[in-house]
Unconditional design. Structure first.
Length: 426
């Protein structure tokens, strides 16, 4: 048995709102151990909605609808479902009374169109809505098929799901097995390269391993189906351990970890501090660092040295080197890192200078060329050159530059503070 999520609303198709309901329901289904293989988004059109119902009802036994339960003419979910299965709509006095009461409590006038929300397919059960006026339904229009409808308002849907749908599904035997996942995160390796390294794990039956890639980051979702989260974790643990060993320093964390949070914990554990000097990222690196609560323990501040005069006057970059090598160079990146570390008196100084585009590139220094500088204790200074290319676009080049700078610091912190040389994966 499997479920299908069907989200109704033209605003979803137009991209006016993010479909957070589908994400929430997918996570909830996993917690109940209910397989779900399809999600569908359809506009407020009865013909197309009927086509979706016809297809979904042939491949899933639980159909979960969100949206289209309001009082306006384009809210057609309930009546379209009812019409598809040939059942009349019946006005429920108890539902109408509930809607009327809520309008009175809120000091609002109920219009005739609101009576529409009291129309329920004959034979369906009402799925109460404690906060809103639009009730849902639980309906078995034919043997082996269960339909849930929920309003599109996330807060209403979440509460209705948790208070009504979950207990019902558990009473039917769901929830005895759960699907639990660990999201392993990697930086500095392409999705294809990582997939090749861990190819032996990508076809396992339980747990399963699947690769993802987004904005420079690669992820491996390791999912196990088991009778409890603890049992699932036991299944995942040896696979996770082996993948980490294969990935080496390219692995940086899991689940809610970010490069900034991991770097922060490393700095905190070592009692060390960080300052940054940014050019092409314009403060993006500092923003990522300060998104972490408590980052003031180790992050002392930064300089946005967008103009060369700031590089010279605040960071102490040599003007002759600027003229000779240009602002986008390893020499300048190193001097920026040394300068900000010296000015802010921190353990580490991290810098970024590059060409984010779309203009400003040359034949010798194309868009996407980025230098990262790192200055550490005991006077060591190094720089790293990257070619992020023009296809990424300005915003992504800046984001990847900031994350790559953090990743370089992370690797150096692990090597320096552990006292052990950790083998890097190519």
């Amino acid at each position: 048995m499997s479920a299908e999520i069907i989200c109704v609303g033209t605003e979803l198709l137009l991209g006016d709102i993010i479909n957070s309901n589908a994400q929430y329901l997918a996570q909830q289904l996993a917690q109940l151990g209910i397989p779900h293989y399809y999600q569908t988004v359809v506009g407020d059109n009865p013909t197309r909605l009927k086509q979706v119902i016809e297809i979904a009802s042939q491949r899933a036994q639980i159909l979960i609808f969100t949206g289209g339960l309001g009082p306006t003419p384009d809210d057609l979910t309930c009546e379209t479902i009812s019409d598809f299965f040939g059942a009349p709509l019946v006005e429920r006095p108890d539902v109408l009374e509930d809607i009327t009461r809520k309008y009175i409590q809120r000091g609002r006038v109920m219009t005739p169109s609101n009576r529409k929300q009291a129309l329920i397919p004959q034979g369906a059960e009402v799925l109460p809505n404690p906060t809103g006026t639009a009730p849902g339904i639980i309906w078995h229009p034919r043997p082996g098929l269960t339909i849930f409808t929920f309003p599109g308002v996330p807060s209403e849907m979440y509460r209705m799901w948790e208070e009504t749908a979950v207990p019902l599904l558990k009473s039917q035997g769901w929830g005895k097995e759960i699907i639990y996942s660990r999201m392993l995160k990697f930086w500095g390796i392409a999705e294809s390269a990582l997939a090749e390294k861990v190819a032996a794990y990508l076809n396992l039956p339980n747990p399963t391993v699947a690769p993802y890639s987004s904005r420079g980051e690669v992820k491996l979702r390791v999912s196990a189906k088991a009778t409890s989260q603890e049992h699932a974790q036991d299944l995942i643990a040896p696979i996770e351990k082996q993948i980490k060993e294969i990935a080496g320093l390219n692995y940086y964390g899991a689940d809610n970890d970010t490069l900034a949070s991991v770097v922060g914990e490393l700095l905190r554990a070592a009692g060390q501090t960080l300052s940054v000097a940014e050019s092409c990222t314009g403060g993006g690196l500092g923003q990522i660092l300060t998104e972490i609560s408590g980052s003031s323990d180790y992050f002392w501040g930064g300089v946005i040295s967008y103009d060369n005069s700031v590089k010279v006057n605040l960071l102490g970059v040599n003007s002759e080197d600027l003229a000779k090598y240009g602002a986008v160079s390893s020499v300048v990146a190193e001097q920026m890192a040394v300068g900000v570390r010296s000015r802010l008196l921190t353990t580490w100084g991290l810098s970024i200078t590059g060409i984010a585009g779309p203009t400003g590139g040359t034949e010798t220094k194309p868009v996407g060329l980025v230098y990262i500088g790192l200055a550490g204790p005991n006077g060591e200074v190094k720089s790293f050159e990257y070619g992020f290319g023009t296809a990424r676009g300005r915003s992504l080049i800046r984001h990847v530059s900031a994350c790559t700078a953090l990743d370089n610091l992370r690797r150096n912190l692990l090597k320096k503070n552990s006292g052990v040389r950790i083998q890097e994966s190519e």
